[in-house]
Each structure stands twice: as structure tokens, then as C-alpha cells.
Design a protein around this ligand. Structure first.
Ligand code: AKG
Length: 196
């Protein structure tokens, strides 16, 4: 992996996987990225009730990379130039090729993403998830799924940061972006994936 030119963290996890954080990895014009995306505000079923997700989402990828996420089937939009540019740079940095990206748009501190793991069968075992963040910084938290004695892991995902989750991480750890009461602005997160 050609990541040595960024400021890289040690593995953030004490066991059972690897999560690396690179600050200031890539930059983008935030408004251009936001305007280029066909955002959706979708409902998901929680305890039998349909509720709007607390964020907007979008799915882009190669044809055939349909993906079930939070019980929703996502058929990808066709890549746009900005996304293709980011994908190409990330492929050079990581040495991994991606065929899809899930985007999340957090309008303010009340938008969030609850505890989950990215272990859908379409991703195969031990998938590497490459996550890029732009805009407002948000706290990212990880908790061990089985050993509740292990303390939560927390870090800030700042503008331009790149987080790489690999190895057994999705089998053993869940992650979330909690709400915050702080008055904060918008953030876009892109998780690049390889659907098998
Ligand atoms: O917004 C983030 O940093 C988290 C995104 C995420 O957990 C996901 O797309 O699965």
C-alpha cells in the first residue's frame, strides 16, 4: 500500500482487525461534490416501523453491483467524473480496485449512522472498506461485537481523512457516527467497496 506519504495512525484496534487513519489524504470541492450527487432520503424498517434515515444517501458503481444495505436494495447510479477521479486516486494509494461507492450526506449534527458492521455477503469475507470524509469533522466510534470488556475506540474523521478498515474488522467490530448536540455543518462520507 502506497500510503507512507500521509500522516498515518497506528492500528486503532487492540485486536481482531485493522483500522488505519490517514489525515489530509485527498481534497475535493465540497459543493461541487455535493451538487454532483443524486441524493435520496430513504426509509428503513426499525422494529417493524418505517422511519426516514437520519442522513441522505447515494449509491454509485459499475453495472451489476446491486447491493442490499440496511434492508434496502441499491441499484447503482453511473459513476460521475468527480467520483471516478477519487476512485482512481484511492486505487493508486491502496492498490485495491473498487467497483462501487456508498455516499452518506450528514446535513448537521442531528444526522447520524447507528451501530452496524459492513459484512454483507456481497462484500465477501474480510472486505477492505475505504472511507473518505469531507466537510465537518465527526466522531467515529467502534465497539467489539462479542467482548464487551474491550473499551470503545473513538477517533475524529476530519476533512480529507481516509480511514481503512481491513482484515477481520467487520466480523468482530461495529462502527457508528453518533449524533452531536454541537452546532456543526455538513459532511459527506464516501465508502469505496468491492462488490464480488
Ligand atoms: O460516515 C461515516 O464515516 C460512516 C459510514 C459508514 O459507516 C458506512 O457507510 O457503512
Amino acid at each position: 500500500m502506497q500510503t507512507s506519504f500521509f500522516q498515518q495512525s497506528d492500528n486503532l484496534l487492540p485486536c481482531d482487525g485493522e483500522v488505519l487513519l490517514f489525515s489530509n489524504s485527498l481534497s475535493v470541492n465540497f459543493d461541487e461534490l455535493k451538487e454532483s450527487i443524486l441524493w435520496k432520503h430513504e426509509e428503513i424498517k426499525i422494529y417493524g416501523r418505517w422511519v426516514l434515515q437520519p442522513r441522505l444517501t447515494a449509491w454509485y458503481g459499475d453495472e451489476g453491483t446491486d447491493y442490499v444495505y440496511s434492508g434496502l436494495k441499491n441499484t447503482p447510479n453511473t459513476w460521475n467524473e468527480i467520483l471516478l477521479g477519487l476512485k482512481a486516486k484511492l486505487e493508486t494509494i491502496t492498490g485495491i480496485s473498487f467497483n462501487s461507492v456508498l455516499l452518506n450526506y450528514y446535513r448537521d449534527g442531528q444526522d447520524s449512522m447507528g451501530w452496524h458492521q459492513d459484512n454483507e455477503k456481497e462484500l465477501g469475507n474480510n472486505a477492505t472498506i475505504v472511507s473518505l470524509s469531507f466537510g465537518e469533522s465527526r466522531e467515529f466510534q467502534l465497539r467489539h461485537r462479542f467482548d464487551k470488556q474491550i473499551p470503545k475506540v473513538k477517533c475524529m474523521l476530519e476533512n480529507g481523512s481516509l480511514l481503512i478498515m481491513s482484515g477481520a474488522t467487520q466480523q468482530f467490530w461495529q462502527h457508528q457516527i453518533p449524533k452531536t448536540k454541537k452546532q456543526i455543518g455538513e459532511r459527506i462520507n464516501l465508502t469505496f467497496r468491492k462488490i464480488l
